[in-house]
Design a protein. Structure first.
Length: 218
């Protein structure tokens, strides 16, 4: 990291900020078809994560409040995230959330713990009678179906930011490879280890804050 250069923290949401994937919880409760078969297509590399969410949530006909209600008591925020937000504010670090999840539930979960001012880049959702319409927008405002996280990361890099990346899953790997510092848990940690990509393992955000405090220039 270069001292004095502006720094941005790009953080995933499901399974990173939260203890579990909120979208999977909603799909389990409301999808009218075999959404897990589509998940297997994504895991095998046959479709992008954006394509997975678009197709899977088209099976959901529930309204916004019903979907949010099913998350109550089932999806919680990982320990120390509030401390992470406060640290970024003190140090003038630009914290953003870039997620393949759906923006409406990310906003709701964060609002429930009093966090409302973090920029969120995630899927936009229309609640239609025939099913949810989910789409992803790139930094240019145009619809994209793949490389969502790395497209936004590249935009931050082009804006001159040093990027610290925080994530937990396979969809975080491409963006992590382009970042200056990586914090990883879950499957992302496994992938980083296998690829010999240096990263900092974490189980909660207090650990990330402690590591950042120890780094010079941050």
């Amino acid at each position: 990291m270069r001292t004095g250069k502006k720094t941005l923290i790009q953080c995933d949401f499901d399974g990173t900020i939260t203890d579990r994937d909120a979208s999977f919880t909603m799909l389990d409760a409301f999808a009218s078809g075999d959404w897990k078969q589509i998940l297997e297509e994504y895991k095998s590399g046959r479709i992008s994560v954006g394509d997975f969410n678009t197709r899977a949530f088209a099976m959901v006909k529930a309204d916004r409040q019903s979907l949010l209600k099913t998350l109550a008591g089932r999806v919680t925020v990982r320990e120390g995230f509030r401390a992470m937000v406060d640290y970024c504010q003190r140090k003038n670090l630009h914290l953003v959330i870039v997620s393949n999840g759906l923006q409406f539930y990310i906003e709701e979960i964060l609002s429930n713990i009093g966090i409302v001012d973090i920029p969120i880049f995630a899927a936009q959702t229309e609640f239609l009678s025939e099913g949810l319409k989910v789409q992803y927008l790139g930094p240019d405002g145009k619809t994209i179906s793949k490389c969502f996280k790395e497209t936004h990361l590249d935009s931050f890099l082009q804006d001159g930011y040093q990027v610290i990346y925080i994530g937990n899953g396979p969809s975080d790997m491409a963006a992590a490879k382009r970042s200056h510092i990586v914090f990883a848990t879950g499957t992302l940690l496994t992938h980083c280890t296998q690829a010999n990509l240096h990263c900092n393992a974490f189980t909660n955000f207090n650990e990330i804050v402690s590591t950042l405090e120890a780094m010079q220039g941050i």
